[in-house]
Design a protein around this ligand. Sequence first.
Ligand code: AMP
Ligand code: MG
Length: 319
Amino acid sequence: MTEINTNIEQAILILKADDLVAIPTETVYGLAANAFSETAVEKIFKLKKRPSFNPLIVHIGSIVELDRIAKNIPPLAIELAKAFWPGPLTLLLEKTELIPNLVTAQNKTVAVRMPNHPATLQLLSELDFPLAAPSANPFMSVSPTKPEHVKKYFDGKLKMILDGGFCSEGIESTILGFENNNAVLYRQGSCSTAEIEKITGKLLLPKSDNSTPKVPGMLKRHYAPKTKFILTSNYKKELRNHANKKIGIMLFSAPSELLPNISFRILSEKESLKEAAQNLFATLIELDAMKLDLIIAVYVPNKGIGKSINDRLERAASL
Ligand code: AMP
Ligand code: MG
């Protein structure tokens, strides 16, 4: 049985014994291990069935810990960390010897951030090591934003889930790298690019060569429910194409009319993109559990955090 509780002392004991604890963050729940311990980190890859080419994010509790994790840190990175941490911004920096290659998937860079969640910040402040933590879901599936989601994925295979309630942001962190003191956007996420660009100027996009993607989290298919999933801007047309099916529709705001036998799920009654982001994965997980023939998702307005929501929807719909 996997326990869901708020016992930080218990989490510390488990982590010190090189075992895993699921932790809350403001983005999604993470599957955490001692980032300095290869034995512990290996357990993350095994439990998630995550391929070893997919690196993990290292979580720290205060900015001073950066020096143990990264070196030759660009001044721009420090400026960004001071502006956005704790918060959903991950920085790719040159790694130190203390970080096992397993954590970075043999990359010379390590991904690091300070999560903005009181329980996890307290946990980190009481540990003398940082926590490597990818999202607490099996490889490719939808990221968990509530402790019950993690339990459903890993019940019996994990000792403890630290209960931190419903994740406030609901979408993974924004990931930035650096080239010649310019910032490069590797993953859209819940830290606003408009806010970041006030500090960095226009963000660069990664060079697209056909070699291995530098950020495997950008895998084309990701976040996918098990149910057949279509993304559209016109759900009425899709309904005509799929008559006599059990259908769930996920859309940003309330539809003009409800239809019989169709399960509608609204991401934000008050038409807030922030609320829609928080509800996105929980709604997908809920619809996926309803044994439908088809889930139809509708694009949300493509501005601000809406761009990150649409990015996740496109990856979920990708074959
Ligand atoms: P997750 O926490 O599951 O969203 O996964 C973390 C993601 O961070 C990975 O899938 C990568 O996209 C990215 N990442 C972590 N470390 C690195 C790194 N050293 N270089 C590039 N991307 C990284
Ligand atoms: Mg993930």
